[in-house]
Design a protein around this ligand. Structure first.
Ligand SMILES: [Zn+2]
Ligand SMILES: [Zn+2]
Ligand SMILES: [Zn+2]
Length: 239
């Protein structure tokens, strides 16, 4: 596509959102340099000859043949990262508001770290784009009955679990005997888990879509060899 005479030296550099009005009624806060229309999503263009910069609307940018797909993608990632930060902020706020405890079965209590079933129910309903239940392979620490932080790593001999404390377990081919894993204090389990999904900002790189396993949702938990996993519980004295 050819550009309007005089604009052929311009390239799209980035996109900015400009809003005016009030918190309740937002109106576009920018103006398209090319056609004069009020715009909220502004494409900043720069002349490769003179270096001057202007802002134009996305419609004009596309009509002018500027490649803004990448910029749009980056903007979507930026917005997703902002949402991720907002949720994390909410979580921290909820956690620090602990003295005045929120009742179970509320998003705030869930975000404060409660994974009881009423709290999980409400999170799955109210934040269905962020939380889901899916079957996952996890490594359970036999000492605590809790999942360990572990990742699957490709090795020369197949795939292995690398646990955060430095322990390695064979993942694939899976050992025939449970004791091969259990002797190291861990077992593999394939269980429904509560998962959090989201774009996670990575410094200096494009945001990455990640899923975080929050907790297994099965009772009792069985390992992949069919053995139930004990959940050692420490009850505070008197309970
Ligand atoms: Zn325009
Ligand atoms: Zn709860
Ligand atoms: Zn109990």
């Amino acid at each position: 596509m050819s550009m309007t005479p005089g604009l052929e030296h311009y390239v799209a550099v980035r996109m900015t959102e400009r809003w005016g009005g009030t918190a309740d009624v937002r109106v576009p806060g920018g103006n398209c340099w090319h056609c004069g229309t009020a715009i909220a999503y502004c494409v900043e263009i720069q002349s490769s000859v003179t270096g001057e910069r202007h802002e134009i609307g996305t419609t004009c940018a596309e009509k002018l043949g500027l490649d803004i797909a990448q910029i749009k993608q980056r903007m979507a990632e930026k917005r997703a990262a902002e949402r991720w930060h907002a949720t994390r902020r909410q979580r921290h706020e909820a956690a620090s508001a602990a003295p005045i405890e929120q009742p179970h079965g509320t998003v705030r209590r869930f975000l404060a770290g409660c994974y009881c079933l009423p709290c999980i129910d409400v999170a799955l309903t109210a934040k269905s784009n962020e939380y889901a239940v899916a079957t996952k392979s996890v490594i359970i620490d036999l000492a605590t009955g809790q999942p360990a932080r572990a990742t699957i790593v490709d090795t020369r001999y197949g795939q292995s679990w690398r646990i955060d404390d430095g322990t390695w377990l064979t993942a694939h081919p899976r050992p025939k005997r449970r004791s091969t894993h259990a002797a190291k204090g861990y077992v593999e389990a394939e269980v429904p888990c509560l998962i959090r999904y989201g774009w996670r900002p990575v410094r200096g790189e494009p945001a990455r879509y990640t899923e975080t396993m929050l907790c297994p949702l099965a009772s009792p938990l069985h390992d992949v060899w069919g053995t139930p996993i004990r959940r050692p519980v420490e009850h505070p004295s008197g309970s």
